[in-house]
Design a binder for this molecule. Structure first.
Ligand SMILES: [Zn+2]
Length: 324
């Protein structure tokens, strides 16, 4: 167990849909190095909330692959599938505050509404929800629960501040503002969640808890101070910050790492059948992950533990300067 001097707590949170691939090792390594560079704790959380996508036994394979590379959780890994009561509590809290509402729309209802309004807004294949059920279900049965993004966004102190500054500068009250956040590598980021994503789902039509809610609840419940993860997840950050604010939870610091691209130029993922990480040669696997992170290769290391030890100052020099 590492010394826990700084209060820093970070995590690697794989979905057990298959073994780790080269891209997931990059995210695991970055989060581990950042925790060690801050004398912090590093935890593994198994994100198995989307049960139909999970592969039986993949959690154990992932933990073995990490261990082969010298990456071991400082606390017993937690499983999201065992934490549903926490997600229920969070949804109940949002509903009690009028920040979440039931939605009776099917995907084709949403498509029809958007088409009727002459809009075909989609984001990564997901239609931007037009807010149909904000005013009630109108006799339909609830299928999903959604966050009332606009109402909450309007009420955040940050948004009020941006608006009042804009109003002073331009004399115009701007109601189209982005939620801004800082990424330690990518810098200033922003997203208008209600316009670009819409009121997003917290509980799915199949009864499963949505990724966004589970992650936000778990990060807070586990006291995470820093989120270090792959850049493919950066797009979720504004939604997660909105949810944190709606639930009265602290916002951690964020850093999104570069992605490993396959030969076809697409990101590696289990969905596009990326090869499982070969941990028969952990030094080679760590070396490749380190190069993706721009660390160079600690060449004199002959064990994963030594490699990791030597990589910590390289990471610190790259990602832990005062600017980050
Ligand atoms: Zn609806």
């Amino acid at each position: 167990m590492a010394s826990y001097l700084s209060g820093y707590k970070g995590r690697f949170a794989p979905s057990p849909t298959g073994p780790l691939h080269a891209g997931s090792l990059v995210a695991a390594l970055a989060s581990w190095l950042d925790a060690r560079a801050h004398q912090g704790l590093w935890l593994v959380r198994i994100e198995d909330v989307d049960t139909p996508r999970c592969m039986p036994g993949a959690d154990r394979i992932i933990l073995q692959q990490l261990a082969a590379c010298g990456l071991e959780s400082d606390e017993t890994p937690v499983y999201q599938s065992q934490r549903r009561a926490l997600y229920r509590q969070a949804l109940d809290q949002l509903v009690a505050h009028g920040l979440a509402y039931p939605c009776g729309c099917t995907r084709s209802d949403i498509a029809d509404t958007l088409a009727g309004a002459g809009e075909a807004r989609a984001r990564h294949g997901e239609l931007v929800y037009p807010g149909t059920c904000r005013s009630g279900l109108h006799g339909r049965a609830a299928r999903t629960w959604r966050l009332l993004t606009a109402k909450y966004e309007e009420n955040t102190a940050q948004v009020q501040e941006i608006r009042s500054q804009d109003a002073i500068k331009t004399g115009v009250f701007n109601d189209d503002v982005e939620l801004m956040w800082h990424d330690r590598l990518l810098g200033k980021q922003g997203q208008n969640v209600s316009r670009e994503v819409g009121d997003f789902v917290l509980k799915r039509a199949d009864g499963l808890w949505a990724y966004q809610l589970a992650v936000v609840v778990d990060d807070a419940a586990q006291g995470m101070t820093d989120i270090v993860r792959g850049q493919d997840l950066a797009d979720n950050t504004a939604r997660q910050i909105l949810l944190q604010q709606a639930l009265g939870l602290p916002t951690p610091r964020y850093l999104h790492t570069p992605l490993v691209l396959g030969l076809n130029g697409e990101k590696l993922s289990k969905q596009n059948a990326a090869q499982a990480l070969d941990t028969g040669d952990p030094l080679a696997a760590l070396g490749q992950a380190g190069r993706t992170l721009g660390l160079g290769d600690p060449v004199s290391a002959n064990t994963p533990a030594r490699w990791l030890q030597q990589a910590v100052p390289l990471w610190a020099a790259r990602c832990c300067s005062p600017a980050h």
